[in-house]
Ligand binder design. Structure first.
Ligand code: CP3
Length: 354
């Protein structure tokens, strides 16, 4: 494989000196880009786009063609895993993801397959290999998966949920069944992420979008514990380079101390946590990624620049920070506003690195 030409992202995660703060954007390949919408239309559906390695590669590269970003992220979805476990994923416009089958009983659990990542999920590994080739060492490629808890919410509810009625009913009423489900998802996710790394992913991120809906005690038991198992099972090195891991629990700011003990290289933060506080609380144990409010991108460029400055200032000087939004970019953001964000990070962040 070719030499990595831009390793700022990996260096920042390792707390090694960088010339400026590295930057990528959650959901950087997505509907705010007209070229994404065109490729998606050509593919037919979102899942057809994910299943086609050439097209998945094309959309992965689109944000990098427009902006000087420091990492690429595999174009796929966290719900490919429960789909491969046999639940039948589909998307309804305006309603988000749905499953044909749910997991609410012992019998449902027994039906679940443990997918072979190079078989049922082979299309993801093909995308990883195709993207690595196309990147040709320009920036590192991030692989990812959902946290077992977050994946379980979709499997039990059958789609997106506001109150998590079914999974919380299971959590309080039959915790043992939920633990067996989480364990199955954890085993599938470990195999999936290991395969992504073997196929060429140079860092991995675990998205725990719904961990913040748990009580502090249940967060430890039903979410963090399983993410810890995933991190512990992953290879720490591939191709002679460290493979960093990032854990992101949306609304997880109150649990940073215990998250920092989970063994990952970095933690992703949303905008409800102050970076300076976070840094004080976790010390040098983990690097931090985030955390501009994605809605700041609705504002004009001058205001975006001010907000970028505030994020940089709150982390302060030194390595250990990866600039990102605090959650995925919204679909109605003007791509020109993203240019303003990228320019601001490029121009303002060198002052924080000597
Ligand atoms: O960051 C990236 O650019 C990589 C691609 C990526 C997608 N989804 C592409 C996508 C990643 C990392 C995800 C993760 C994901 N998917 C999460 C965790 C992160 C988060 O945002 O909290 C979750 C909860 C999902 C499940 C999911 N997939 C939802 C809720 C939706 C949105 C449905 C909708 O209609 O708004 C998706 C679909 C999806 N995944 C899209 C993209 C670009 C939009 C689909 C489209 O093109 O129609």
């Amino acid at each position: 494989m070719s030499e990595l030409k831009n390793d700022r992202f990996l260096r920042a995660l390792a707390h090694q000196p960088v010339d400026r703060t590295p930057l990528w954007i959650m959901r950087q390949a997505g509907r705010y880009l007209p070229e994404y919408r065109a490729t998606r239309a050509k593919a037919g559906s979102f899942m057809d786009l994910c299943r086609n390695a050439e097209l998945a590669c094309e959309v992965t590269m689109q944000p990098l063609a427009r902006y000087d970003l420091d990492a690429a992220i595999l174009f796929s979805d966290i719900l490919t895993v429960p789909d491969a476990m046999g639940l039948g994923l589909y998307f309804v416009t305006g309603e988000g993801p749905k499953f044909e089958r749910t997991v609410r009983s012992e019998a449902d659990l027994k039906q679940l397959a443990t997918p072979d990542p190079e078989d049922e999920l082979g299309y993801v590994m093909n995308a990883v290999r195709t993207i690595r080739q196309e990147l040709d060492g320009r920036v590192p490629l991030i692989g990812f998966a959902g946290s077992p808890w977050t994946i379980a919410t979709y499997m039990v509810e059958g789609g997106s949920s506001r109150d998590f009625a079914n999974i919380k009913g299971m959590m309080y009423g039959n915790p043992e069944l939920l633990h067996r489900l989480l364990d199955k998802i954890t085993q599938s996710t470990i195999a999936y992420l290991k395969a992504q790394i073997a196929a060429g992913a140079q860092a991995v991120m675990v998205f725990d979008t719904w961990g913040g809906a748990l009580s502090p005690e249940n967060y430890q038991i039903f979410s963090l514990q399983y993410m810890k198992k995933i991190v512990a099972a992953l290879p720490k090195e591939a191709d002679g380079r460290a493979v960093p891991s990032i854990l992101f629990t949306k609304n997880g700011g109150q649990w940073l101390e215990s998250m920092a003990e989970a063994g990952s290289t970095g933690l992703g933060l949303d905008w409800t946590t102050n970076l300076a506080d976070a840094k004080r609380r976790v010390g040098d144990k983990v690097a931090l990624q985030g955390n501009l409010d994605p809605s700041a991108l609705y504002a004009p460029p001058a205001a975006i620049r001010t907000e970028v400055q505030k994020v940089l200032e709150s982390f302060g000087t030194g390595s250990g920070h990866v600039f990102n939004l605090g959650h995925g970019i919204h679909q109605h953001i003007d791509p020109e506003h993203v240019s303003a964000l990228v320019e601001a990070v490029h121009e303002l962040s060198p002052a924080y690195h000597s």
